[in-house]
Design a protein around this ligand. Structure first.
Ligand SMILES: [Zn+2]
Length: 169
């Protein structure tokens, strides 16, 4: 297991449309190790989601932090080739940050609820519906796969710098 380097805006890899994962090419072991390292990296950086492009792999994969959603029975914390198949009309404003835009936060209007279809590490298809914070994370991470960052969608007036102080929690 290792902690991966997270790319920072304006690294061009963050702006690429990520490639679909094809189980027949590329090694399963590489995929498994990548996901393990991404999970570890997300935990160390206190992220609640991480996309493969953020660690330099332009692949359609993201992970969601299970610990942040203990009340939800996530079928998998690994989302391979995910697709947003449903989005509520109702949208809500909420604050976001990103491991690739370190120190910047801002508010983004997103669908209140979404349904995602994806594959787990065993190539088993699953469906997950979420609302609130989970829906927000699923949309934020799906955006990464299209080369979009939350700062593109954020209300420009809401963007602000927050530097964590030593004596903060
Ligand atoms: Zn992000």
């Amino acid at each position: 297991m290792s902690i991966l380097k997270t790319l920072q805006e304006p690294n061009p890899i963050l702006r690429e449309t990520a490639e679909p994962v094809k189980p027949e090419n590329g090694s399963f072991l590489h995929l498994k190790n990548l996901c393990t390292d991404m999970r570890q990296t997300m935990k160390v950086l206190n992220g609640i989601g991480i996309a493969a492009s953020q660690v330099g792999e332009s692949k359609r994969i993201f992970l969601v932090d299970k610990q942040s959603f203990l009340d939800i029975d996530l079928p998998s914390d690994i989302f391979i080739n995910p697709k947003l198949i449903k989005k509520s009309f109702k949208r809500v404003v909420g604050e976001e940050g990103c491991l690739s835009v370190r120190g910047i936060f801002g508010t983004v209007k997103r669908a209140l609820a979404v349904t995602v279809e994806a594959y787990d590490l065993n190539n088993k298809k699953f469906r997950l519906s979420g609302k609130g914070l989970l829906a927000r994370v699923l949309q934020h991470e799906t955006d990464h796969l299209e080369g979009k960052l939350f700062i593109d969608r954020a209300d420009p007036d809401s963007l602000h710098v927050y530097i964590k102080e030593e004596n903060d929690e």
